[in-house]
Structures are given as structure tokens and as C-alpha cells.
Ligand binder design. Structure first.
Ligand SMILES: [Fe+2]
Length: 268
């Protein structure tokens, strides 16, 4: 008699929007972003332990500095797995890519645990909104066409759907129709994942699970018509992917992290 061995799921950590700065005590609305990232990382290790892969979905730096990206890379050294980084609106793409290459984090397509992960750059230099260049859309289509049998996670920084927040509607992915035209051709896409909105958000579109994740620093108030920050702890998202195509996910927060948020701000 043979007993089919149950394989361990692939454990994937999403970290997003750490907004690190060259200044060691740099803060966003009173939250020191290096400290909040460290609090989140400690929470990951305490609650879940080591992941097998880390997806970093943009706004890694607030100031675009090489130093900030190196702090991010060094912070991930407590994890023994690879990470992949993409840019957000606050990032300096050339600096990010240069430092990501030093840390082996510059891959845009990862196949692991019977799944594939496609990382897209939706940043537009000097703009808060996002857009996917034709080259990014072609990369997505070509990659998915090459691997039709592997369930896929597509990650980008900007939200490709209306999230019910007026001020954020203007700063999402502007060419979302073109993005969905590609995604809709590939039924193996199970998840579209992003950052940017600094809040947990989950919905479903044509059988694809859409997910956003809290920042590792400040949180925006969900459903707010204008800019507003919410007194919620920094967080992360955890996935467990099975080679059957099933998965589970949850958002966790560093609830012990102490911070003094400036809630009177009208921007960040
Ligand atoms: Fe951000």
C-alpha cells in the first residue's frame, strides 16, 4: 500500500509600503518607519516563523534613497528565503533595482511550490497614480502564456479596481482595463495582490481573489472620501499555497507596537 505524502504548503509573506528613509529616525505622521517595519518582522517570526518567499509590493522607500533600500534588504536578513521587490509611487526605480540586484531580489517571475508569482512595475515617475507600460502588459501576457498550468499570483503596487474611497480612486491604476484584458485571458490567475492603499481589502472578480494589505507603517482609513489615517497597527499578509491550487491567507498586525499617529495630517 502506498500512502501519498502530503506536501507542505508554500509559505509566502507579503510586506508592503514600508516607506523607509535614509534618516534612521525618519517618520511618517509620527510613525518611525524603521521601527514599525521591525515590529512587523518580529510579529511574522513570532506568529508564523520563516516564510519560503517574500513579496515586497512597493513604496519600499519614502525618499527613494539607496540607503533606504539597503536598510530594507538588511532587515530581511533574518529570513532565510528569497524576496522579490517591485516599485511604488514613492520609489526611485533605478535605485530600487540596483539595490534589489545586490540582494538577489530583482526577479520578476518566480516559480515555487507549484505556483507562479508575476511582479509588475506599475510606478510612473513623478506621479502618485500608476499605469502599466505596454512592456509590462506584454511581460505579463508572455509569462502567463508560457506557464498555463501553474496557478498564478500577479502582484503590483497600485489598486486595479475601485476600492470605494474617492481620494484613492484618482491614484489607482489608470489603465486597469488593459490590465484586466490580459488577466481575463488566463484562467490560471488565482490572485491579484497589491499595496499602496495601506489597508486590508479583499474582493472577488470573475473567480479571481483580489487583495490589498496593510502597510508596515501608517494605515489609511478604508472607505474615506478624503485623505485620512486610521489608528491601526502596522501589518503584513501571510499565504499558504498548496500544489493543488488551493490557498489560505490572513492579515496579521503588530498589535504590541506603540506609536503616536498624527491624525490631523491632510497628506503623506
Ligand atoms: Fe505607500
Amino acid at each position: 500500500m502506498t500512502i501519498k505524502e502530503k506536501t507542505r504548503p508554500l509559505r509566502v509573506l507579503q510586506l508592503t509600503d514600508p516607506h523607509l528613509m535614509a534618516r534612521a529616525d525618519g517618520d511618517l505622521l509620527g510613525v518611525k518607519t524603521r521601527e514599525s517595519l521591525q515590529a512587523v518582522i518580529s510579529e511574522v517570526l513570532r506568529v508564523h516563523g520563516q516564510p519560503d518567499l517574500i513579496l515586497a509590493t512597493g513604496d519600499l522607500a519614502q525618499d527613494g534613497s539607496v540607503d533606504a533600500y539597503q536598510v530594507f534588504g538588511d532587515s530581511l536578513k533574518v529570513f532565510s528565503c528569497p524576496s522579490v521587490w517591485i516599485a511604488g509611487n514613492h520609489d526611485h526605480v533605478e535605485n530600487l533595482e540596483r539595490v534589489a540586484a545586490e540582494y538577489g531580489a530583482n526577479h520578476r517571475h518566480v516559480i515555487q511550490g507549484g505556483w507562479q508569482f508575476v511582479m509588475l512595475d506599475s510606478s510612473v515617475p513623478g506621479k502618485v497614480f500608476g499605469a502599466l507600460a505596454d512592456s509590462e502588459l506584454e511581460f505579463l501576457a508572455e509569462t502567463l502564456a508560457k506557464h498555463p498550468h501553474l496557478p498564478a499570483v500577479v502582484a503590483l503596487h497600485h489598486h486595479p479596481v475601485d476600492i470605494g474611497s474617492d481620494w484613492m480612486e484618482k491614484i489607482g491604476l489608470t489603465n486597469r482595463e488593459a490590465f484586466w484584458r490580459v488577466v481575463d485571458r488566463f484562467p490560471q490567475v488565482k490572485i491579484v495582490l497589491w499595496g499602496h492603499i495601506h489597508q486590508e481589502h479583499e474582493l472577488e472578480r470573475h473567480g479571481v481573489q483580489l487583495m490589498a494589505t496593510p502597510s508596515t507603517c501608517i494605515q489609511f482609513t478604508s472607505g474615506s472620501s478624503k485623505f485620512a489615517v486610521e489608528d491601526l497597527p502596522p501589518g503584513y499578509r501571510w499565504f499558504e499555497f498548496h500544489d493543488t491550487g488551493d490557498f489560505t491567507t490572513e492579515v496579521c498586525r503588530a498589535t504590541e507596537f506603540q506609536f503616536d499617529l498624527d491624525q490631523s495630517s491632510t497628506g503623506y
